[in-house]
Ligand binder design. Structure first.
Ligand SMILES: [Zn+2]
Length: 139
């Protein structure tokens, strides 16, 4: 629940994630929706509301992630831990496709997370195409 996040902590999360979704990298400034503060490990799993466990998420990534902590890696069929924005480096698990429209998982965690959060949903790919033409994203 985002309402339980103290305002100063929200500011810190926004600064740390540079006002971008920590998962799909979309900049909040390019959208018409307010991004959400995600508990990376859900409170229901015993986590705390601390900077180490919070990240900025677009509403879609947050909905698809929900309370999950694992997902099935499409290449191995095995459950792996989801990408953890505070413990993992984005570029160690993901890369952009050559046309910069799609996020490619480069590890089992990256592939499982990209698929579970639908980081290449058609609507988002269409928006990336538009943003690329405008020269605003990805930078
Ligand atoms: Zn996102």
């Amino acid at each position: 629940m985002t309402s339980a996040i103290p305002p100063d902590l929200r500011v810190q999360v926004y600064q740390l994630d540079q006002a971008r979704c920590a998962y799909c990298q979309t900049s909040e400034d390019l959208t018409i929706t307010a991004f959400e503060i995600d508990h990376i490990v859900p409170v229901s799993a015993g986590s705390q509301t601390t900077l180490e466990n919070l990240c900025l998420s677009c509403p879609a990534c947050n909905r698809f992630k929900a309370a999950r902590q694992t997902a099935i890696a499409p290449d191995t069929g095995r459950a792996v831990g989801l990408y953890h924005p505070r413990r993992h480096e984005w570029s160690m698990h993901f890369m952009w496709s050559d046309d910069r429209l799609r996020i490619l998982g480069i590890t089992p965690t990256g592939r499982a997370t990209a698929e579970a959060l639908r980081m290449n949903r058609p609507q988002l790919v269409n928006l990336r195409r538009l943003w690329a033409k405008m020269g605003v994203f990805p930078e």
